[in-house]
Design a protein. Sequence first.
Length: 260
Amino acid sequence: MGFTQVFDYVAGKVDWFANGLPREGNRANSPQIGDLVRRAVPVCHLGDRVGEVLQRVQTAGWDQCVVVNSAGVVLGLLRGEALHAAPEALVELAMESGPTTIRPNRSPEDIREYMRQHGTTSVVVTTPAGQLMGIVERQDIERCLAPAVQPHQGKYRLQRGVPRIEIGYKLACEEHSPSALVCYAKQAEDAGFTFAMLSDHYHPWIAEQGQSPFVMHPAIVAQAAATVAALLPGRFMLGVGTGESLNEHILGDYWPPGAT
């Protein structure tokens, strides 16, 4: 068929999904636990001191810490009274061993029911090999499955799905270097923002801001957008606008006057 490289994922399709890898098809847009995982969770190791871990957990704004080994495999949880044990105690002696874990391909409906039955507010998510992916919280699942009001033929109807209102973070490439923008995007995600947007004006707002890091020829934009969309399935959105003379006059093209 013309393919130069073909790979056989021996473990099979179920294992592929259980590892949270990209999915396609009719159900690709149906939410899974992997879409709701909070990945920036505190981690610690068996030889750490409880007091040091407590400080890191509180600084990060969490109430628990996942205990992992050098390969990232989940060994236990440090939370509740154990997290406030004697500061010099070893994590290995204070932790809750063998916590319940789930795979990222589970449905939010199933996990919500599990949480309701067991009275838990969060569950650790791992790969089939037991490596930590993050923690899913019940509040995020409830928010995902909550009815959202949608207009329909002059009235309103209830529709289930991811909430329509999300709060994102604006990255200004006219003001900051590419490396700084990557850092800010990571910090925004850790702080709870659900998306980030990056403009690509060819020329900055003022000369003191330097130069924007991306050249916006349509062909380059299309190729870059397709590449990022493939690397971040379901997490990338391309917004296209007309721009304005202030930013685009440097191209030297004719800019039509504004309509009156």
